[in-house]
Design a protein around this ligand. Structure first.
Ligand code: CTP
Ligand code: MG
Length: 228
């Protein structure tokens, strides 16, 4: 079973702000994207990483120059305006001998060995898996005017993370089936769900946090300082 990671790094980080996309911001001496790649090295089943970067990105190549990893790094491909388009382009670039694909945020740098192991174990067993954690707040479903429509039972709710893992042939079939509705999907697994493929949750982790705002960056700095 050959596992490839699609590393999505084609976003511009609007909510984070700043001069460069957030995945290239330096934390503790290296870019967030490098922290992410180093965390992936904890999982020996990962054979290759397919980076997806924005058109005209001149930073990625500089950051990667001279670096070695435990997996192969494929030539980066260009992403699109929507995350799902970036995912689709990365998927199309993968070699045909890949069996399992893990779609991962470049801006999610602190993924533990346990999270990686569990999501792959569950995906190998059921075909598709995503790391998830329980939600602490009560979640409401509202309409466009802010009127509450429903309060789903909290025990049935999960907040999900990446890597989102599935068989390559499932992702390919799901993307083909959902091609007209890709922009509606905010995560990778929802494309699989909409196409009728079963997706299971694995054990996520509070520290498997995506860097979205400056507040998350401060958290990452504090987290790394607390570790040393
Ligand atoms: N991403 C991507 N292609 C896009 C949008 C996002 O590859 N068209 C990637 C980002 O680079 C990031 C991951 O998907 O690693 C998660 O997306 P998000 O946190 O939303 O990042 P951005 O889109 O860059 O940030 P924002 O939404 O605040 O602009
Ligand atoms: Mg975004």
């Amino acid at each position: 079973m050959s596992v490839a990671v699609l590393l999505l790094a084609a976003g511009s980080g609007q909510r984070f702000g700043g001069d460069i996309p957030k995945q290239y911001v330096q934390v503790a001496g290296q870019a967030i994207l490098l922290h992410t790649l180093r965390s992936l090295e904890q999982e020996p089943r990962i054979a290759m990483v397919q980076p997806v970067i924005a058109a005209g990105d001149a930073i990625f190549a500089n950051i990667m120059a001279g670096k070695n990893f435990s997996f192969q790094i494929l030539d980066a491909v260009e992403g699109g305006v929507e995350r799902s388009i970036s995912m689709q382009r990365g998927l199309a670039a993968l070699p045909a001998n890949v069996d399992m694909v893990a779609v991962h945020d470049a801006a999610r740098p602190m993924t533990s060995q346990a999270v990686l192991k569990d999501v792959l174990d569950v995906a190998f067993e059921y075909g598709a898996a995503i790391p998830a954690i329980a939600v602490h707040d009560t979640i409401k479903r509202v309409d466009g005017c802010g009127k509450v429509l429903e309060t789903p039972h909290r025990a049935c709710l999960r907040a999900v993370q990446t890597p989102q893992v599935a068989r390559l042939d499932w992702f390919q079939a799901a993307l083909a089936k959902e091609s007209d509705r890709l922009h509606l999907h905010t995560d990778d697994a929802s494309v699989l769900e909409a196409a009728g493929f079963p997706v299971y949750v694995s054990q996520g982790d509070m520290n498997n946090r995506k860097i979205t705002t400056q507040h998350d960056l401060q958290w990452m700095q504090d987290f790394l300082e607390a570790k040393v």
